[in-house]
Write a protein that binds this ligand. Structure first.
Ligand code: HEM
Length: 409
């Protein structure tokens, strides 16, 4: 244990402020933090005091010590905000080993290479259908008409949920991921409870139906027939479904939305894709790095510990800013640039790292690559046709709307 007398490096910026993301001004504070104070303490914010880890290296270090930097809901939330719900609503992203290990083992096979082949066919079919309906030469909302239905279509496939009901999934997901200082109100909490109640009732019917049938490789069937998740209390079962919906939805949606901005700002990168369509898989990695749809995850220290030259005290929260780690020039040369040929795009930490690394990573990549392939095969160029409306959230980095016009490349 290092000296207990170290002075705290005080972060002059509140990097949890919505304005940094709505106004797209987050780059400068994080460049400062990476250069001057890889780990820093912000004494005050709407979410209380918090530590920030801003470099690729310090984030990985924290992720690789889950016994010291806990994800457990019993110690605190997994985002900078405390939980919206007051009742216990734990899911496996908010658990430490051994519960996390056992529950993740139940879910992970639903994302195996074999399952991905099945899902990929559906994802590609849906992308084609959505692109067929997009107008050429007219402005439309890329988020509403492409990114949202593409992503929710995939979730419907994953849950065997009727595609006509995707708007329900969207509503529940929007509530589930509402991390913003504005959401810490009794009204928001009440609406949250209502939406979760609706979702509970809907999925309970699905789960009960599967319980009476022999096990299959369907995700819900895996859950009800497993030892680690089969006998969970109803709320905890639901919390795990909510996790999959929320984790898979806004994230992939905002990668697809960010793609339009990246291709607009770096038109020569689209030229490269048109010249060599095999670059689409790497471009999918690169857009996750460049956009970083999940800006951060948070951990809570289980004991006093030193990281990045700072002493974190037991019980304090530390926020790992992936959005900053993914711009770390010591890992990614010319990091601000969107570069579809970037050789180490795969080293991005947009999916996290270590035992909680995103279980749906492959599925997200498949969806993004499917969208890129449609753009390339159809010889298109998405052009931003107005100012996008950016999300007011320190947790999800993305867009409410993105006016786009499709032109011939
Ligand atoms: C975990 C990002 C897509 C399901 C995570 C974490 C991040 C993340 C940052 C936490 C990692 C950590 O704490 O170290 C993303 C991004 C996506 C995406 C950027 C899209 C571009 C998906 C999809 C699904 C999914 C499509 C499933 C349908 C999950 C689950 C976890 C998780 C279940 C919890 C894993 C655990 O705790 O072991 N994701 N995700 N994600 N993600 Fe994703």
């Amino acid at each position: 244990m290092a000296s207990q007398t170290l002075e705290r490096a005080i972060n002059p910026y509140d990097v949890s402020a919505d304005a940094l993301y709505t106004e797209d001004t987050w780059r400068e504070p994080f460049t400062f933090l990476r250069r001057e104070m890889p780990v820093s303490w912000r004494p005050e914010s709407p979410f209380g005091g918090y530590w920030s880890a801003a470099t690729h290296e310090t984030i990985q270090e924290i992720e690789l010590m889950p016994e010291v930097f806990s994800s457990s809901w019993q110690r605190g939330n997994i985002t900078i905000a405390e939980s919206v719900n007051e009742a216990d609503f734990p899911n496996f992203i908010a658990q430490d080993p051994p519960i996390h290990t056992a529950q993740r083992k139940v879910i992970a096979p639903a994302f195996s290479p074999g399952q991905m082949i099945k899902l990929e066919a559906q994802v590609r079919e849906r992308a084609k259908m959505l692109f067929d309906a997009l107008p050429l030469g007219e402005t439309f909302d890329w988020v509403e008409q492409l990114a949202i239905p593409q992503t929710l279509g995939m979730l419907c496939s994953l849950f065997d949920f009727p595609f006509e009901e995707w708007r329900d999934l969207k509503r529940w997901s929007d509530y589930g991921s509402g991390v913003s200082a504005d959401n810490l109100t009794p009204e928001y909490r009440a609406e949250w409870m209502k939406q979760m109640g609706e979702m509970l009732a809907r999925f309970d019917r699905e789960l009960d139906a599967r319980k009476g049938l022999p096990p299959t490789d369907d995700l819900l069937s895996r859950m009800v027939h497993s030892e680690a998740m089969g006998n969970l209390p109803a709320l905890e079962r639901l919390a795990n479904i909510a996790l999959l919906i929320v984790a898979g939805n806004d994230t992939t949606r905002n990668s697809i939305a960010g793609l339009a901005e990246a291709l607009h700002r770096y038109p020569e990168e689209l030229d490269k894709l048109h010249a060599d369509p095999t670059l689409s898989a790497n471009a999918a990695q690169e857009i996750i790095r460049w956009q970083t749809p999940v800006t951060h995850m948070r951990r809570t220290a289980t004991r006093d510990v030193e990281v990045g030259g700072q002493v974190i005290r037991e019980g304090e929260k530390i926020v790992m800013w992936y959005i900053s780690g993914n711009r770390d020039e010591s890992v990614f040369a010319n990091a601000e640039r969107f570069d579809v040929t970037r050789e180490n795009a795969r080293r991005h930490i947009g999916f996290g790292h270590g035992i909680h690394r995103c279980v749906g990573a492959r599925l997200a990549e498949v969806q993004i690559a499917a969208v890129i392939d449609e753009i390339v095969q159809r010889g298109l160029r998405p052009v931003m046709a107005g100012k996008p409306e950016r999300l007011a959230s320190p947790f999800l980095h993305g867009f409410n709307t993105m006016p786009v016009r499709l032109e011939k490349a």
